[in-house]
Design a protein around this ligand. Structure first.
Ligand code: NAD
Length: 491
């Protein structure tokens, strides 16, 4: 485990020399002291990224030259996926197979953006048709400059790749600030960048606390673009900080995503996707379908099967064979989620399953998978993101009712619908006010498709070609081609 920050191609101790503890959420043991970067380190990192962008080779390389580095990073990630997966487990708590899957996805993200970097060479400019025959115009795409990335703890390395890979593909340089709850693998990524010979200053990784390292990054005048994933309140702070210098900003924030299940659905499939939609990664997924809306006639049978299958989920240390639900990421998150369940109950919700520490797991931030029912639409648990393995289930009368309830949220990240009636699925998919819609499933995420939310779930889209556009400026180059004088002042 790395003990230094990675700035300008060098491993350096934080200027103020501080550290912060990294806790294994399954054992509550301190497993590492990570370097606590502060404003001084952020300043050094941004200046290094600035130099690498303004005078270094990186933005001037062809896309296919940059792609070679991205592919080399992908190859190393794949080679080390089991080791990096284990690091994610002791840092974040998730079950090992999920963590290894995350690392494979992370490698896939670097490979995908290597392809898009090559594509930039194939399409270096776009000719714009003008109505004025004396002029010609074309558009070129150029890297925005220095990007600052601030990321959360739920998918530590994968969330880094969603920002680092497209930024590097575009020719930007970057300062990455991982979550203080999960700093380990971002520093390993820096090690991989060093191994593959990424030019100094192109990727800088500064671990540290949000107010100490994240805030100075969001406020630094040397940063051209901020890319953030995390909570709405922090997103609002970052946007306010970005406003001062008119930095380009993209935000991936929270959600309270609905899953509408019509009565003609296959119950077994519905139960499986409902569970995957909320218990995968302990429900710590921004797009988790945490509000399930079931057509009234299906409700009793579906609830019986959902409770029965949920009761079978094996809870334990993410490193133990067969674990399907690990601990929550931290004591803070654990207490927050328990408090939310209590508040939901006080406001009238019933616990159909779970809601407490599992028997026999006295250490670690373990929580039973939890199913809440019978809440009103104004219940706190129905409206607010819990970010834990807690699903709220309600019934609906008809399609219009379902769509109204689904859209009645300040969030709009994702939504899902299940029915055997394809036309109905399509209709409801269009009616959802959300950036990601799943039909007959919930959560599968593909690097090629855009990711992001409506309303308070964020601004902009990551992944796919939209993710690359986040890091590209659009420049028009217009020429006057006529031999005739312009003739406005001088006739
Ligand atoms: P957070 O918003 O507090 O932290 C996210 C990142 O922002 C971390 O790297 C953190 O250090 C940094 N940060 C914190 N304060 C900052 C500041 N003032 N300026 C700049 N950066 C700052 O979120 P969290 O504590 O990681 O999680 C809390 C909540 O965020 C969750 O309960 C959930 O609601 C939401 N969340 C959403 C997603 C998502 O993918 N949409 C992911 C993780 C968490």
């Amino acid at each position: 485990m790395k003990q230094k920050l990675f700035i300008d191609g060098e491993w350096v101790s934080p200027v103020r020399g501080g550290t912060f503890p990294v806790v294994n959420p399954a054992t509550e043991e301190v497993i590492h002291q990570a370097p606590a970067g502060t404003a001084e380190d952020i300043d050094l990192a941004v200046k290094a990224a600035r130099r690498a962008f303004d005078t270094g080779p990186w933005p001037r390389l062809s896309g296919s030259e940059r792609a070679k580095y991205l592919r080399a990073i992908a190859a190393r990630l794949n080679e080390r996926k089991h080791e990096l997966g284990r690091l994610e487990v002791i840092d974040n708590g998730k079950p090992l197979p999920e963590a290894v899957w995350d690392i494979e996805d992370t490698a896939g993200c670097f490979s995908y953006y290597a392809d898009l970097a090559e594509e930039l060479d194939r399409n270096p400019e776009e000719i714009i048709a003008l109505a004025e025959p004396r002029f010609s115009s074309k558009v070129v795409r150029e890297p925005i400059g220095v990007a600052g990335a601030i990321i959360p703890w739920n998918y530590p390395l994968l969330m880094a790749s969603w920002k680092v890979a497209p930024a590097l593909a575009a020719g930007c340089t970057m300062v990455l600030k991982p979550s203080e709850l999960t700093p380990l693998t971002a520093l390993e990524l820096a090690g991989i960048a060093e191994e593959v010979g990424l030019p100094a200053g192109v990727l800088n990784v500064v671990t540290g606390l949000g107010p100490d390292a994240g805030q100075p990054l969001s406020e630094h005048p040397g940063v051209d673009k901020l890319a953030f994933t995390g909570s709405v309140p922090t997103g609002a702070r970052i946007m306010a900080a970005a406003a001062r210098d008119i930095k380009n900003v993209s935000l991936e924030l929270g959600g309270k995503s609905p899953f509408v299940v019509f009565a003609d659905s296959d119950i077994e499939k519905a139960v499986e996707w409902i569970m995957f939609g909320i218990f995968w990664n302990q429900g710590q997924v921004c797009s988790a379908t945490s509000r399930v809306l079931v057509e009234e006639s299906l409700y009793p049978a579906l609830m019986e099967r959902l409770v029965a299958e949920t009761a079978k989920i094996r809870i334990g240390d993410g490193l133990s064979d067969g674990t399907l639900l690990g601990p929550l990421v931290s004591r803070g998150q654990y207490e927050k989620v328990l408090g939310m369940i209590e508040r939901g109950r006080a406001e009238g919700a019933k616990v159909a399953f779970g809601g407490k520490r599992p028997a026999g797991l006295d250490t670690g931030y373990f929580l039973e998978p939890t199913i809440l029912t019978d809440m009103n639409e104004d219940n706190f648990v129905w409206r607010e993101e819990i970010f834990g393995p807690v699903v709220c289930v309600k019934t609906f009368m008809d399609e219009a009712d379902a769509v109204r309830m689904a859209n009645d949220s300040r969030f709009g990240l994702a939504a899902a619908v299940m029915s055997k009636d394809k036309a109905r699925c399509e209709r409801v998919a269009r009616a959802f006010r959300a950036g990601i819609v799943w039909i007959n499933c919930s959560q599968p995420t593909f690097t090629e498709a855009p990711w992001g939310g409506y309303k308070q779930s964020g601004i902009g889209r990551e992944l796919g070609r939209w993710g690359l556009s986040n890091y590209l400026e659009t420049k028009q180059i217009t020429s006057f081609n006529s031999e005739e004088p312009w003739g406005w002042y001088i006739k």
